[in-house]
Design a protein around this ligand. Structure first.
Ligand code: HEM
Length: 460
């Protein structure tokens, strides 16, 4: 199949009469629907969802670069993020314009290389504590990998950014985030959402339960802000954390962040900073079990670099295969499997007219499999991420952290915690697939293994 839509031609895609059928398919499984559209029509697909406001599916690395980087000023977070906005408010992920710029300026320094590097000892201690629970389990026990990874990454974010011990409330927050994602996903598939967002949300099944979930998270968040530890001695950095920065921030007129903005930011970081990394760690465990040669190489690297001791910051650069494995897991199962934007003004992509108000979906899941950039795209092959393995690969063929100014602020944080977690897990255990094998991905806001992931624990 030719992937590119020739310039100047009307883009390929289903006709208006096929839209109801397509909406039903999106409702059932949006990932399969996107893959189906790509296979049938190529890498620039136009779907006439609403009159004058079509949906474009863009799967080529050059499209990703166009929307996320080259013409980023013309694109804002899509209306499909509205269900998320109800939960995250105007936090960094969902805000726009000057408000977003101000927040990003305030928060970015907290994620500098120096600051984030300082989190490594705390991350390692938390990972060690989490894995000790598995050490007590008998060989052959079934462990809940996705749940453990979720609690692990939530605990790390809580401690690093908010100086809070979330081990007690963690399971509640984690379950709430999952509930929020499920609801947001159902809402995003509600055909009423785009023309009538409020009605779309209220008519989505589970709306009431979901409001309850939001309130439960709000309680935890309010408690976090109220319990701000003043001494800070037991904080990882020994210095100021994100919560301090938010509490101390002042607008140009000298006023502090209001309680609503503070709440939105905390909820945003609890969500964006934990479920994503947890999902990658979960898929990584699963892929390693399915590819024993890659796992053996990982075990050898971890032994050669660490000789049985805990990882330190200086080791991170030397755990080259470990990081390649994580990148390959993110290529195949990018947590944010689709990124969506609305066009502010008219644009042209590959010679195709994109009217203002169109929604553009750029799915990393499909960009990461585009044959122009990836050989054997469906295969698991971490060596493609070894240094100098693919000098000519377009930069935006790999966009697990998005791109441009709205790219992930926590990417280094995530890479450090995930590298340490995989290395420490490999030192102690080997995880085997339980009957049923590799689960199918479930496209919610993040791409989770359907039904969670349980694996068989083997001690090394
Ligand atoms: C493997 C882990 C992670 C992945 C794959 C990931 C992916 C992404 C992606 C794709 C975006 C852009 C979304 C869009 O363009 O619509 C994003 C934004 C963001 N991420 Fe991450 N993320 C990860 C970990 C983290 C962590 C650990 C944190 C915080 C500690 C974090 C905080 C954020 C925030 C606040 C934004 C919004 C940035 C902005 O719009 O200015 N993420 N992330």
């Amino acid at each position: 199949m030719t992937a590119t839509t020739p310039a100047g031609r009307r883009p390929a895609g289903p006709g208006a009469s096929q839209v109801p059928q397509l909406l039903a398919a999106i409702g059932r499984d949006p990932l399969s629907a996107a893959v189906g559209l790509y296979r049938r029509y190529g890498d620039l697909v136009r779907v006439p969802l609403l009159p004058r406001r079509p949906l474009f599916l863009l799967c080529h690395p050059a499209h990703a670069e166009h929307v996320l980087v080259a013409r980023q000023d013309n694109y804002r977070k899509a209306a499909t993020y509205r269900p998320l906005r109800v939960f995250l408010g105007d936090g960094l992920v969902t805000s726009e314009g000057r408000l977003w710029e101000r927040q990003r300026r305030l928060i970015q320094p907290m994620f500098s290389h120096r600051r984030v590097s300082g989190f490594v000892p705390g991350m390692v201690a938390t990972i060690g504590r989490t894995l000790r629970e598995w050490e007590g389990r008998p060989d052959g026990a079934l462990v809940h990998v996705s749940e453990t990874m979720s609690l692990l990454t939530l605990t790390i974010v809580g401690e690093a950014l908010f100086g809070a011990d979330l081990r007690g409330t963690g399971a509640r927050v984690s379950a709430a985030v999952t509930g929020m994602q499920d609801f947001a996903t159902t809402a995003m598939r509600n055909p009423l959402l785009l023309p009538a967002p409020r009605l779309g949300l209220r008519t989505t099944p589970g709306y009431r339960t979901w409001r309850g979930t939001v309130e439960a998270v709000d309680e935890v968040v309010a408690q976090l802000a109220a319990e701000r530890r003043s001494a800070g001695q037991d904080r990882w950095t020994g210095g100021k954390d994100l919560l301090d920065a938010l509490l101390e921030a002042r607008h140009e007129d000298g006023s502090a962040l209001g309680p609503r903005q503070l709440r939105d930011e905390i909820v945003t970081f609890l969500m964006a900073g934990h479920e994503t990394s947890a999902t990658v760690l979960t898929w990584t465990c699963c892929l390693l079990a399915a590819h024993p040669a890659a796992r053996r190489r990982l075990e050898e690297e971890v032994e050669a670099v660490l000789s049985g001791r805990a990882p330190e910051l200086a080791d991170m650069d030397r755990l080259v295969w470990t990081k390649a494995v994580l990148s390959e897991a993110m290529r195949l199962y990018p947590p944010f499997w689709t990124l969506e934007r609305d066009a502010v003004d008219d644009d042209e992509i590959d010679g195709v007219h994109v009217p203002a108000g169109s929604t553009l979906a750029v799915p990393p899941y499909l960009v990461h499999r585009h044959p122009s950039a990836w050989e054997n795209p469906e295969g698991f092959d971490p060596s493609r991420f070894l240094p100098d393995a693919a000098p000519g690969r377009p930069r935006h063929a790999f966009i697990p952290f998005g791109g441009g100014r709205r790219g992930c602020v926590g990417n280094l944080f995530a890479m450090l915690e995930m590298t340490a977690a995989v290395a420490m897990l490999t030192q102690r255990f080997r995880l085997e697939l339980a009957p049923g094998g590799v689960p199918r991905p479930q496209p919610t806001v993040t791409l989770r293994p359907r039904g969670g992931l349980r694996m068989v624990l083997r001690h090394r």
